[in-house]
Write a protein that binds this ligand. Sequence first.
Ligand code: HEM
Length: 518
Amino acid sequence: MSLSIVSGLILFILISFTRRFIKSRRKFGDVVKLSGPPPGSWLMGNMPTLLRPEEVGDADFSWTRKYGTVFRMMGTFGRDNLFVSDPKALRYILNTRGYRFSRSQSMRFLAQVISGKSLIWAEVGDQHARQRKIMEPAFSHASVAAFLPVFQEKGHIAIDKWRDTISQNGGNPVVLDVHSWLARLTLDAIGAAMDYELGSLEGNSENQLAKEYENLFSDSQYNQGDGRILFMDLVGYLPEWAIHLIRNSPDANSKRLKKYLETANHVSRTLILSKLSLLAAGKDTGKDIMSLLVNANQSKEVSTEELIAQLTGLLVAGHETTASTMAWLLYELSRNQDLQDKLRKDIAESQRHRGSEELTTQAFESMPLLQAILKETLRYHPILARTIRTAGQDDVIPLSVPHKTADGKILNEVAVEKGQQIIISFAAYNRLTSIWGEDAHIWNPERFLNDNETTKTGLGVISNIITFGSGERSCIGWRFALLEMQSMLCDLISNFKFSPPPGNVQIIRSESALMMPM
Ligand code: HEM
């Protein structure tokens, strides 16, 4: 490329950036009037405190305690963000007016890097609604229930492997990296649910995709430096072609993510083409997620490229999220031996009653303690601590609790202008004492055993918990994740006893895009 073309490109990027940046810096609406944490530097704002905490949620919890459920938080380049955990405001942003508030450019960029132009990336409105409608049947109650034998089969492989390890240790307890095993288990399960055998539990070293996934999030997202935080924010101001150039830059992180995406897309393409040829030959394609999608493709307007992106998106969204949640669940049970024993007793009772070790969805649903432990873990350890939305138009967001502004005025709603960035803290909402009671910061499944459990907020897909998001863009795979976790939990608890690792090892909630145990 000649020097003049390169300078022209750089100039063009700078002009595009400056135009978008100046537009976004206008001080508008009520957000500037809100109280909030003292801003850090103009360049970095409060972002390092939020994104490089000792443990995920430290800043969310302490700011919410101090400034309430809506406040102003300074982002990079002196930009004001609205930080929200107020239930009424969240209902408005996510449920009532879901399509007015799109996922932020930085979140869409991350989604595109890890899954291409999938549902996670799709823009609000028609594009998203159409894709979601096509995919929804694959995640209905009945479709998901049909995957139970897949979850059980993968669970048994893990159990056999762990038993072997224990017997090689003379039947004595062994220390296992449970999180890494769970990541393999959930990867194999989502693969099998798409009719693809990854064999990562069996240590299939030939499988490139399983290798690419190993520690993908912690390697590429943990402990982001200032440069990366700034870059993720700049993404919001750059045009698509400039983003494309940056994505293809030669740094190690971009290369790692690019290589992983190429492998994932290659696998998805191969699988879809083979399903399409089965279908063309008039053969039954089966009941797996991919077959359902490919069949939908026949009747609806969806391109093969779009299908590939959806599969890639499901592979990534559908395994590490569930594995990390399960890891936190087993961690909590390892510190609560009485509860672990009670659950083991309930499972044994249910197996006896059914006359089989293999439980059914109805059996899971009739174990209140199992349900309570799952819900409490989802509440306490939301694997995606926050999401970011951008207001698509001038708007007025209602509040359930009035907010006192920095100059003493009382606001019952917050006016925002088009383009306002809104940080939605799932972590803070899930710990509000006004909803969950004074012990909100304690892991206590009993709260879900009482009938009048908690204040109803109309948020989330299950028991007012917002961990799977809420509204049109909530997690499409929540039933899949719940059933998989119930199946894994019953299998593992009825076969093993979990204890914390010896030697007082500290396990922290690390900020690696997802909240990973580290
Ligand atoms: C414990 C496990 C899981 C958790 C906590 C979780 C959480 C979430 C959250 C919070 C969102 C919405 C983010 C936002 O509002 O910006 C989301 C979206 C999504 N999730 Fe999950 N997820 C889990 C498992 C799964 C599984 C198993 C699948 C697929 C098999 C899946 C597929 C998706 C997809 C495709 C989206 C995008 C939905 C859309 O934009 O319409 N997730 N997930």
